[in-house]
Design a protein around this ligand. Structure first.
Ligand code: SF4
Ligand code: SF4
Length: 420
């Protein structure tokens, strides 16, 4: 990925955005595309031509939750394999302008006294991601509410803190009861600390976090300010003890639970080109990226590239037809001249990759072992601890694709374990 094209000559201490970036609302798309990771078309419980409601579960009975974020008519059911090696079921819906809401999401007026089980079940049913580990019985030692974005060139969390600080205290109390967390921490960018003034200190410990990458990644927050390890659910089960929830999702829960509405709108930071102005837009989940770019009067030029969810550990794509999801935080457009094309050369053993690695991994060795498919050595060196932050790639003078090599080794080892 062309990191230097995005950051110029910035050193690895890469700052987060903390400025005031007001949120503009985008119109409902005429067609929404909904993605369901880890599923196939056979898991979908509706058919082409069916009418669906906003908040309706589109999964067949017993297959889990796949929630519609729009009302309309199903136009397509399909599948694809993502760049993350995950299979997705895809449902395309021609939308109608006025939502009709599925009645199975009930409002909870008294968030302070509702039973924890009811709170958690409603949060999950309303479509908030990240609670799989709790469903599988994980214990939350520490709940971290993060007002830091995960990536640079994103301006979602600090803006939510500015605009919705009043709902944070109510959200903390509600989510603490819903999750059974023993301790709550609110992580605030060090240069926006005044924005936390309205948050009740009885409810949570406020920590100022230096607003530089990768301090906003859940794994780093859990290690530095939580009980040690972020909760994660993979094909090999659940690990961790710290649940990290974005402040955007937290205040969204307060609104959705009070009103009995599903989580259907997401703030996304868009940037037309490197170094360009950041813009926050509120989109309906399922909106194609192209529509957000049209709103900014930006086109993806031939040979240009989109960077989704940040330049450090996000991903690149060359089509703007892909949809926004519940975890889309940013979309960056690179002009053809900015797209960094490079050939990696041999490792010169400079040691920079290991020096910057927040997990203290022997990154150069791991890269080589993965390259030559010596995966048992990767396991011995703890490749599963790589959080895919991309700092090693950023500093490598030989431009080695270290993140991809380590991610590949993790995937192979995970598949081997599942197959046993
Ligand atoms: S991507 Fe993995 S190996 Fe590279 S610096 Fe981050 S944690 Fe370390
Ligand atoms: S930074 Fe690149 S060249 Fe230096 S040791 Fe790591 S892999 Fe080798």
């Amino acid at each position: 990925m062309g990191l230097r094209a995005l950051f110029g000559s910035l050193p690895p201490r890469i700052p987060y955005s903390t400025g005031n970036v007001p949120v503009e609302s985008l119109a409902l798309p005429p067609r929404a595309t909904l993605l369901w990771g880890g599923a196939s078309p056979g898991d979908v419980g509706v058919a082409v031509g069916d009418t669906v409601q906003t908040g309706q579960n589109l999964a067949r009975e017993g297959a889990g939750l796949f929630m519609s974020t729009v009302s309309g008519t199903v136009e397509e059911i399909n599948s694809f394999r993502g760049a993350d090696a995950v299979d997705y079921a895809v449902v395309g819906i021609n939308t109608v302008e006025v939502d009709s809401y599925d009645s199975s999401i009930k409002s909870i007026e008294d968030l302070d006294n509702a039973p924890p089980e009811q709170l958690l079940a409603t949060i999950i049913r309303a479509g908030f991601p990240g609670f799989d580990a709790l469903v599988q019985g994980a214990t939350v030692e520490t709940l971290i509410i993060s007002a830091l974005d995960q990536e640079p060139l994103t301006a979602v969390s600090p803006q939510v803190l500015i605009e919705r600080a009043n709902d944070v205290s109510a959200g903390i109390a509600m989510l603490r009861r819903a999750t059974g967390a023993k301790k709550v921490v609110v992580a605030i960018p060090h240069n926006s600390a005044h924005a936390a003034d309205g948050i009740s200190v009885d409810l949570a410990e406020i920590v100022k976090v230096r607003a530089v990458y990768p301090n906003g990644l859940p794994e780093i927050l859990a290690k530095n300010h939580g009980a040690g390890q972020a909760l994660k659910t993979g094909r090999n089960g659940t690990v961790g003890n710290t649940l990290v929830v974005s402040i955007e999702h937290l205040v969204g829960m307060v609104s959705c639970l009070r009103e009995g509405r599903p989580f259907v709108n997401k703030i996304v930071t868009c940037c037309g080109k490197s170094g360009g102005e950041l813009k926050n837009i509120l989109v309906r989940i399922g909106t194609p990226v192209s529509m957000a770019l049209d709103n900014l009067d930006v086109k993806l030029p031939p040979g240009g590239k989109l960077v989704i969810n940040g330049p450090m550990h996000g991903y690149s794509c060359f089509s703007d037809e892909q949809p926004m999801t519940a975890t889309s935080d940013s979309v960056l457009v690179q002009e053809p001249a900015e797209v960094h094309r490079f050939e990696s050369t041999a490792c010169i053993n400079c040691g920079r990759c290991s020096a910057v690695c927040p997990e203290k991994l022997e990154v150069n060795l791991l890269g080589r072992f993965s390259e030559y498919s010596i995966f048992d050595k990767c396991a011995e060196l703890g490749v599963e601890n790589c959080i895919e932050c991309g700092l090693c790639v950023y500093v490598c003078p030989a431009q080695r694709p270290l993140l991809h090599l380590l991610a590949h080794a993790k995937l192979v080892l995970e598949e081997e374990t599942v197959g046993k």
